[in-house]
Design a protein around this ligand. Structure first.
Ligand code: GDP
Length: 297
């Protein structure tokens, strides 16, 4: 299925209701706006975000008047497109790099969201930009996660610092960073433990690790399939530990779009990268304009 297919067809029914109209009016946009509202809610976009979106689009739609050569349905598509881009943060949000010494990227997230996979994908992504990388295995609660990171590290040919499961994450972070400085690597990426849900221990450990690493980027990895819950998670992690952005995974699955459309607006933090597959190459920047284009079909 085409990504966000349901959202795309839900929006299409809005444009279709304007066929044959000459100009957008307060009256003839009522039904289309209802379709847009429904489509966004069904895509699991957060309700306050939907409300604001519908209001902004409605106000603009009524204000445009007649534009020669542009049909009202096309006008509405254009307004919705621009508002979708704005909703997703407008511009691409680039990764920040440290001015001197290694850039440190701390990855956090719940279990199973794709954190370990993303760690290695990100190393490959940065390696392709000519940066030397090192991975730190900090998921001390899942020995399998450490093994997995070591395997993935080999696959992308990036060294992995691992110290087993008996060492505290903050201590692993300290040792790993020391090693990275010794090796003069450009970017250090630390994978951390995820839990099934947020708990106090997890947050305290993350805070310790963050204090130790003083990271350039703290990125929360969230699963696109969790819809608006992803946006709520980004908000919570930002309040608790302070993050610089999010990485949205599993966009190749049948996610409905709610996460991509809610994260920035709900949390104030941008989605910086997206994962769209299980291969190591499947990581790319989050382009709000391209995403809007895909949603509009
Ligand atoms: P962690 O517990 O957060 O470290 O999650 P893992 O990295 O172990 O990933 C959990 C599962 O999700 C694995 O089977 C990955 O292959 C899969 N996965 C991760 N990212 C993606 C993605 O972007 N698309 C798809 N389809 N699967 C992914």
């Amino acid at each position: 299925a085409e990504m966000f297919g349901q959202l795309t067809s839900g929006l299409e029914s809005a444009w279709n209701k304007l066929k044959g109209e000459e100009v957008l009016t307060k009256e003839n946009i009522v039904e289309p706006m209802r379709d847009i509202r429904r489509a966004l809610l069904e895509a699991d976009v957060s309700l306050p975000v939907v409300r604001r979106f519908v209001q902004d689009v409605s106000e603009q739609a009524v204000g445009v008047g007649v534009i020669r050569g542009v049909r009202p349905d096309q006008q509405l598509v254009k307004i919705v497109s621009e508002e979708l881009v704005k909703l997703m943060g407008g511009e691409v949000s680039e990764l920040t790099f440290a001015k001197s010494g290694p850039t440190v990227i701390l990855l956090a997230g719940l279990q199973g969201v794709g954190k370990t996979t993303v760690s290695a994908k990100l190393a490959l992504y940065l390696k392709k930009q000519g940066k030397s990388c090192m991975l730190i295995a900090g998921d001390v609660y899942r020995p399998a996660a450490i093994d997995q990171l070591v395997i993935l590290g080999k696959q992308v040919d990036v060294p992995v610092y691992a110290a087993g499961t008996d060492v505290k994450p903050a201590e692993i972070a300290r040792q790993g960073l020391q090693e990275a400085k010794k090796k003069n690597v450009d970017v250090v990426i630390m994978d951390t433990a995820g839990r099934l849900q947020i708990d106090k221990t997890m947050m305290e450990e993350l805070k310790d690790v963050k204090r130790t690493l003083n990271p350039t980027e703290v990125l929360l990895v969230v699963d696109a399939m969790t819809g608006q819950e992803a946006a709520a998670l980004v908000t919570t992690f930002n309040v608790e530990i302070g993050i610089t952005g999010a990485i949205l995974t599993k966009l190749d699955g049948d996610s409905r779009g709610g996460a991509a459309l809610s994260v920035k607006e709900v949390s104030g933090k941008p989605i910086k990268l997206v994962g769209r597959g299980e291969r190591m190459e499947d990581l790319e920047p989050f382009y709000p304009d391209r995403m809007a284009g895909r949603i509009l079909g």
